[in-house]
Structure formats: C-alpha cells, structure tokens
Unconditional design. Sequence first.
Length: 153
Amino acid sequence: MPKSYSGELRERVIEAVESGASRHAAAERFEVSVSSSVRWLQAWRKDRRTTPKPRGGSVSHLEEHAAQILALHAEKPDRSLLESVALLSKRRIRTSKSALSRFFLRHGLTYKKSLQAVERERADVVRARRRWIREQGLLDPARLVFIDETTPA
C-alpha cells in the first residue's frame, strides 16, 4: 500500500487553491491527482485538517473476551490452538486458529514446543526415570548383544 502524501504537500495544494488557483491547476502544479486535491480541500474546509487520516488499527473482537481467553490459557498453558478454538466455540466465542494465534502473540504468549516433554516433570515419570537409571548399573555387559546393521549381508 502506498504511503500517504505529507501534510506539507497538502498544505501547499490547499494554499494554492485558497489563493485563487483551481483544484485542477493546483493538482497539476504539485503533480497530484485532482481527486486528492478535492478531498484535501474538503477535509480542510470541514475539519481544518491537513494531516492524513490514521491507517490500519483495527481491533480484534477477541479483545472483548481477553480476560476469559487468558484465564483459559493460564488454566492449561499446553493446550493446543485447535483445542482452545473448540473450547472457545463451546463458550460461544467464535474465532479461528490464526486469529487466536495472533491474539496470543499480542499478549506475549507463544506456542513454541519445548525440547522436553511436559510429562517429564510429573512425579510418576520422575520416579520411573530414576529407577531406570539405577537399574542400568545392574546390567551385565557380557550379556548385552550389539547388532551392527550397517554392513551389507
């Protein structure tokens, strides 16, 4: 999308028209379109405004439900985006995976996977891992069989 013309250029076109030039002549002189010079003059006469209107800035409808969405995320942070969309849909909050992803990014929450499984921190998994490590010392290396599958048969 092209950038807006500067306020200074707009002021110069308006000044030219106000001092007697036609809008067509002013547009030609400053190399802008006639429709631009007409709109700028209308804005000047109506609001005394020479600056461009703000661009963009739409607000997601999810922001109305921000507290509820963030509470759901805090309740179970490892919930997938699709699970979150389904849960929100049950609560009559319509959204999509991409819109919810952008919402979380705006609020500083990411869904990057960690290098370790979340289950690794559970007490039963920690006990099982410690037991497995302890039992490694009980293995008899003479009884272990190593298979080399890299050599052709």
